[in-house]
Ligand binder design. Sequence first.
Ligand SMILES: C[S@@+](CC[C@H](N)C(=O)[O-])C[C@H]1O[C@@H](n2cnc3c(N)ncnc32)[C@H](O)[C@@H]1O
Length: 203
Amino acid sequence: MKSRDRVKAYGEVFTPRYMVDQMLDLVSEDLETAPDFVDKTFLEPSAGDGNFLVAILRRKLQAIEKHYPVKDWPQQSLFALASIYGIELLEDNHQEAQAIMLAEFLGFYRDHGIHAGTETDLQKAAAFLIDTNIVRGNTLTAQTVEGDDIQFSWWHRIEGQPRMVQREPFTLASLRDNAGFDFTVYATYRPCRIEFVHHEEKA
Ligand SMILES: C[S@@+](CC[C@H](N)C(=O)[O-])C[C@H]1O[C@@H](n2cnc3c(N)ncnc32)[C@H](O)[C@@H]1O
């Protein structure tokens, strides 16, 4: 807990690490061993300081290390980031959640002696995906704190082109709506290599 007031106002009580791990053990196949584990999507609707999000990322990165050659790590680790979504109402928690995700991602490369500095597309793409997927807003109203619709994106792989991604934005509201995703309403993006996704080239 950060404060009693925040517990009362926002129900802010953080799940301890051991419990996060026990809960993720229940979906370990999706996280670590299924053939398409990298792309299995997770949404944390009350992300707090990112304790679930980072544990999900850590497990996916460890599984990538195990199942893929080093040359594929950049693309697979970025697709792993692209599969993890979060929403958090409070500014400090939201910032912590984004920061801890980037630190985990960069720590993975640092631990393996692979350069992923601020000038690299790897870090820029990672920061962009985290920024786009982990949003500050209200899950109940599906709106940002500014009152706009919360917008997410699907990051589709392109068959036969393993490094390429096709971004398709949609609103959280449409995800919950019987009418289905409102993909067509939003900007369309050119397919691109996932390391260059932060360039946001429009179609
Ligand atoms: C019980 S804590 C859980 C945090 C984290 N999921 C965990 O298990 O440790 C709930 C979190 O949801 C956030 N929250 C409360 N109402 C929310 C809402 N309507 N939309 C998004 N986040 C909300 C709070 O700020 C708090 O960080």
